[in-house]
Design a protein around this ligand. Sequence first.
Ligand code: ATP
Length: 371
Amino acid sequence: MSSASVVPRGRAAVTFAARLTFEAVERRYGDGMALRGVSLDIAPGEVVCLLGPSGCGKTTLLRIASGIEKPSRGRVLINDAEVAGPNRFVPPEERSVGLMFQDFALFPHLDVLDNVAFGLRALPREEARREALAILARVGLEGFAHEQPNTLSGGQQQRVALARAIVPRPAVMLMDEPFSGLDVQLRDSMQEETLALLRETRATSLIVTHHPEEAMRLGDRIAVMRGGHLVKLGTAEDLYRHPGELFIARMFSEINEVPYKVSKGAIATPIGNVPAPGLAEGDTAILCIRERGIVLRVPSAEGAEGGLAGRVLDVKFLGAVALLEVGIEGFDAPLRVRAREIEGWRKGAEVRVTIDTERVLVFASSGAETL
Ligand code: ATP
């Protein structure tokens, strides 16, 4: 173990899980700020997904964790020891971090085995190759050890990259859009396999993604970034139920947005008065209704009496779910509704519509959720 290492460097079967902490991290590029004071504490063995629009600073935060970049201000700590900050800078190779990129970055001139063994350069060659073979077996690629990377499929290359990153048993795994190069079906199974391997090794993991569903699937918690800020941190369920901001609500479910003027701290809607606390008289509030939060019934059905009258204006079949446009009494414009396809809704059908007021969200026109 090098004197500068902050976690025991091991090749043991299980990683020494490490805490990864960002304290008010800033990163300036010329006049621009890529990160504006990001604080985030990731528990040992936890998987956190970084989610946010293009250019919000996700990759920069990952690069700072790895040591490829330095913060302009603030600190990064691994197991409470500073690895980047005013007092100390620990280079990437001494941080016990594993890195995996979107393009996999395999060495084209090395075969699969040597690509994986590259992560174990510190070991005697035979031992490194033995360990590399063991991890290749773990990801189901032992039969490809002597192939060149460019002869493998996208999914196989992804497994090689994963094996190479994980074989030194890094305490922290940093992954930058690791699945975006894969087609949708493959992505599904690779997400499962990758998560299983991360859990098995107990590596603390930070995964950058553009896809909310991927973040919900992989992350113990999700950190949502925008404009260099970390704007929200929570479990998938927290973020879904209490998004806090309109742009986060839009990320996590399909919604209808209907503007209303605030009067006496509430908005008067066809489903009753909905509180809009914190907004001034005459402000605009946006009522958000989830497309899946609207229940349609045939008028004669049980429970349909209390609903609003509506008519199906359009139906699109999306497999198990149908996307409907429904004109509803009291609403100026039709609402989109996602319903089970099996219900067999037809264009022109009369329906009764129920919207649960407990499940709607109200935002200020600035996008902030009213509390
Ligand atoms: P994407 O999802 O598109 O990869 P991101 O959220 O990962 O985006 P970053 O790559 O971290 O965003 O970039 C954040 C901001 O910092 C962007 O405005 C980007 O242009 C800027 N930036 C990043 N790296 C550099 C650099 N080396 N020099 C100058 N500006 C940079």
